[in-house]
Design a protein around this ligand. Structure first.
Ligand code: ZN
Length: 368
């Protein structure tokens, strides 16, 4: 069967994205071999390019792309809060317009190296179906539905991959407990926006009582919260650009790193910013360095893991790290004009890599 050898590359290998300078052999959709040095025989010269796992965007609202920059002149609750501008915009567009805008947004995600995203889809069971109907053959949508009322929970659970709650105020305590119980019973994901605003006291603690699969934001979580998240093994999805553009602050990534809490990255509302993980990483890196100027190579490596390995595991996606015997699903970056002369690969990629560095994206050995 078709064999392809990619040489002269820096490979970010395994779960820890360790660097191997050498070549990689793809055969029958799998990675047959990764080795240092040069291969014998024919090979594609990547000219000091990079091979790394594809991105996974752990938090989006892609249908919001139907109307962009609606946040201008408004504060966060006026944009995305109950009855906010976002819902007015979504409600005023036809199903066809929403599907068309989701499709181009998913295509933009593919063009920026993302092969899966986890979306909080509003609008009950119908909202879930809308996103399913707009699905992209190369970008897997994990859809978290939002029931209008408890009576709709079962049907939303049946149609979705889980439940994504807008806040802990969306239902009363009893309602939240019932959602948690039934979501667990259905073996689906459960998540909620938590501590996005400064007023969010005890939100992490309250969220953890629901045994969520992960929480989103934690922008105003404190060190104690991150210790609890780490103890409960509940990952956080940080959305630094959306938080900043909505004026609610920046997430304390340094606190998650300090206590070894698990985290991923998401781009949140497509109304606010494009679901581009290259940009999210570079912005997150600047936020982290602002909070902790000692952040270096090790922290950069963890940021890259948060956009690749961590969400791949969280959502149990059908590929894995770049490793021998694994699925040949990865991204190939060319150094271009911006990635030459990196003295540190992890920090250089996090800070400088862009979508125009993508030379190819492989999925199960085939170039997309
Ligand atoms: Zn969100």
């Amino acid at each position: 069967m078709a064999k392809r050898v990619l040489s002269n590359a820096t490979i970010l290998e395994g779960e820890e994205l360790e660097l191997t300078r050498g070549y990689l052999v793809v055969r029958d959709g799998l990675i047959e071999k990764i080795s240092e040095g040069s291969p014998s025989g024919r090979a594609i010269d990547l000219k000091r390019g990079f091979i790394l796992p594809p991105f996974v965007n752990a938090h989006t609202h892609v249908a919001d792309s139907v109307s962009k920059e609606l946040y201008l002149g408004l504060v966060q609750p006026q944009v995305v809060g109950p009855g906010g501008e976002k819902f007015r915009a979504l409600g005023s567009r036809s199903r066809g317009e929403l599907i068309a805008s989701v499709r181009v947004t998913l295509q933009d995600m593919l063009c920026t190296g993302t092969l899966s995203h986890c979306d909080f889809r509003e609008g009950g069971a119908e909202g879930v179906e809308l996103l399913r109907g707009a699905s992209h053959k190369a970008v897997k949508s994990i859809i978290m539905g939002r029931p209008f009322a408890l009576e709709e929970l079962n049907i939303v659970l049946k149609k979705s991959d889980g439940i994504g709650l807008p806040s802990l105020e969306a239902f009363d305590e009893e309602g939240l407990r019932s959602i948690s119980k039934q979501t667990k019973r259905a073996k689906k994901l459960l998540s909620v926006h938590v501590a996005e605003l400064t007023s969010a006291r005890d939100e992490v603690e309250r969220a953890l009582e629901l045994s969520p699969s992960f929480i989103v934001h934690a922008t105003h979580a404190n060190e104690e919260d991150f210790v609890s998240l780490q103890r409960n093994n509940v990952p956080v999805v940080f959305c630094p650009r959306a938080n900043s553009l909505l004026g609610v602050g920046v997430p304390p990534i340094h606190l998650a790193l300090a206590v070894n809490a698990r985290f991923c990255f998401g781009t949140d509302n497509a109304m606010v910013c494009q679901p581009n993980i290259f940009e999210e990483l570079s912005f997150a890196w600047a936020c982290l360095r602002r909070a902790d100027a000692a952040a270096g190579s090790e922290e950069a490596r963890k940021l890259l893991r948060a956009a690749t390995i961590e969400p791949q595991k969280l959502f149990n996606l059908p590929w894995g790290p770049v490793e021998e015997g694994g699925s040949a699903t990865f991204m190939v970056l060319t150094p271009g004009n911006n990635l030459a002369n990196l003295t540190n690969v992890h920090a250089g990629l996090v800070n400088r890599a862009r979508a125009d560095n993508i030379r190819a994206i492989y999925a199960r050995g085939k170039i997309l």
